[in-house]
Design a protein around this ligand. Structure first.
Ligand SMILES: [Zn+2]
Length: 118
C-alpha cells in the first residue's frame, strides 16, 4: 500500500535527522573596519577584516528586526559549521513536510466491502 511506503520513507527521514545542538541561523559576512586615527594599517588604507553574524527576525525582536554579532577569527570555521548544521536540519525538516503532503492526499485505494472476482 502506498501509504505504508510513504510512512516508511518518512520514518527513514526522521531516523536520519541531523540532530545537534550546534545550530546557528543567519549569515556570516565579512566587513572591513577602518580606524580614523592612530592605526598604521588603516592609514595605509588597508583596514581590518572582521566577521559578523547577521541574524534576521521575521516576527520582530526586542532588539529590532535583525541582530549582528561579531565573530572572532578563530571561531569563524566553527560558526560556519553551525550554520551548515542549521541548513541541513532545515532541509531535512522540509523533506519530511513534503512527505506529509503525500499523506494528506485523499486515499485512492478501493473501498473494502466490494468483493472482487479473481
Ligand atoms: Zn586600524
Amino acid at each position: 500500500m502506498k501509504r505504508d511506503r510513504t510512512l516508511r520513507a518518512r520514518q527513514k527521514l526522521v531516523d536520519d535527522l541531523p540532530i545537534t545542538g550546534e545550530l546557528l541561523r543567519g549569515t556570516l559576512l565579512e566587513r572591513v573596519v577602518r580606524h580614523k586615527t592612530g592605526c598604521a594599517s588603516c592609514a595605509r588604507g588597508e583596514g581590518h577584516t572582521v566577521s559578523v553574524l547577521t541574524v534576521s527576525y521575521a516576527g520582530g525582536h526586542p532588539g529590532g528586526r535583525s541582530r549582528q554579532l561579531s565573530v572572532r577569527r578563530e571561531r569563524v570555521a566553527e560558526v560556519q559549521r553551525w550554520l551548515d548544521n542549521y541548513q541541513r536540519l532545515k532541509q531535512a525538516i522540509e523533506a519530511i513536510c513534503e512527505v506529509n503532503h503525500e499523506l494528506l492526499r485523499p486515499d485512492r485505494t478501493p473501498k473494502p466491502g466490494r468483493p472482487r472476482r479473481d
